[in-house]
Design a binder for this molecule. Sequence first.
Ligand SMILES: Cc1cc2nc3c(=O)[nH]c(=O)nc-3n(C[C@H](O)[C@H](O)[C@H](O)COP(=O)(O)OP(=O)(O)OC[C@H]3O[C@@H](n4cnc5c(N)ncnc54)[C@H](O)[C@@H]3O)c2cc1C
Length: 385
Amino acid sequence: MEQLYFTEEHKMLRDMVRDFARNEVKPLTQELDEKGGFPHESVKKMAELGLMGIPWDEKYGGTGMDTMALVIAIEEIGKVCPSTSATMMAHTSLGTAPIAVFGTEEQKERYLPGLASGKQIGAFGLTEPNAGSDAGNTQTRAILNGNEFIVNGEKAFCTNAGEASIIIFTAVMVENGEEKGISAFVIDADTEGLFLNPPEKKMGWCGSDTRSVFFRDMRIPKSSVLGKPSKGFKQFLKTLTGGRITIGALGIGTAQGAFARALAYSKEREAFGKPIHKFQGVSFKLSDMATQIEAARHLVYHAAWKKDQGLSVIREAAMAKLFSSETAMMVTTEAIQVLGGYGYIKEYNVERFFRDAKILEIGEGTSEVQRMIIARELINSVQSV
Ligand SMILES: Cc1cc2nc3c(=O)[nH]c(=O)nc-3n(C[C@H](O)[C@H](O)[C@H](O)COP(=O)(O)OP(=O)(O)OC[C@H]3O[C@@H](n4cnc5c(N)ncnc54)[C@H](O)[C@@H]3O)c2cc1C
C-alpha cells in the first residue's frame, strides 16, 4: 500500500513520527489516561516537530505537506496514544482547517501562524445541546448590531476548548430581525462574554480536553465572520468531510495499537501446553482483525489521496470514517478477548484502546449519519447497470 500512496517524504515523516510516538509519547500515556487532562508535554514536542500544522502553507508557518501526511501522523501517534492524536487531529482538521480553507487573507495572516506552529491551540464548536447530528438546527444567535454581533448560545463537547486560544463556532446570523442563515465565526478565546464549563468526565480520550463553551451577550466585531457570511452551513459540511478522513486515520491507529499487543500476547501466552495463537479460535480472530485494518487503511488512504488531487471525497470520506471507526471498535473488542482476563486489566494497555475507540463511531457524524451520507451519494449518482 505504501508503494501506491507514499512519497519518499511521506515515508520519512512516518519514520520520524513513529520514533517520536514510541520514545516520547508512549511513556506518558498511562498516566495521562489515569489523571486525565491535556497532553501538554506531547503537544509542545509535536509543535517543535511541525506536527501541529502539517497540511498548511509554509507561508503561514505550516509544514506545507498534504492530507496523506496528516493521516500518517495521526495514525502513528494513534497507535500509542489516541488521546494525544485526537488533540492534534482536532486542532488541525477542526480548529485550524476552516481558517485555512475559508478564511479571508487577513484572517489567515492573523490566525494561521500561531495555530500552524502549535504556539496556539484551536477548537471548533458546532455541536449544541440540542443540535448534534442535526447541526443545522443551531440555536446560537449572532445578532448584528451596528458594527458588531451580539452572540448568545452554547456549544457542547468542544475538543481542546479549555486550552484553545482561538475558537471557531457557528451561529445563525440575524440582521434587522431577519435570520440570514448559519455563519461561522472566529474569535480569541479570551473574548469577554465567552465562558467555559469544566471538562467533561469521559469514557475514553481521557487525555484530551472536551467541554462546553457558552456565550452570554458576547460582543464581537463584524470582521469575526469566517470567510463569507451565511456560508457557515456549507463550510462546516466541507470541514467535516475532511475531518472524517482524519477520524478514519485515528481509527486505523487505534485498531493497530490494540492489534499489535494482541498479536504479541498470542505468541507469549500458553494454554493447554501451547501458545494460544496455535488455536484456530484465536488465530482466526487475528486474521479477521488484520484484514479489517488493511481494508480500513485502503479506504482512508484512498480518500486522502483523492482529496489531495482536489477531487470530491464526500462518499469516500464517509466510507473511510464509517469502516475505520467500526473496525477500531471490532478490533479493540477482540484484542481484549485474545488477552482474556488480562485484557480487562489496565496494566496490559489494551482496554484503553477499546475505550478510546468508541468515540470514533460518534464524533464528526455518527455511524448512522455516515450511512445516510453514503446512501444519499449512491442514490444521487448515475450508475450504469
Ligand atoms: C469526546 C467528544 C468530542 C467531541 N468533539 C467535538 C468538537 O470538537 N466539536 C463539535 O462541534 N462537536 C464535538 N463532539 C460532538 C459530536 O460530534 C456529537 O456528539 C455527534 O455529532 C452526535 O451528536 P449528538 O451527541 O447530539 O447525538 P444525536 O444527534 O442526538 O444522536 C443520538 C442518536 O440518534 C442517531 N440519529 C440522529 N439522527 C439520526 C437520523 N437522521 N437517522 C438515524 N439515526 C439518527 C445518532 O446516530 C445517535 O445514535 C464531540 C463529542 C464527543 C463525545
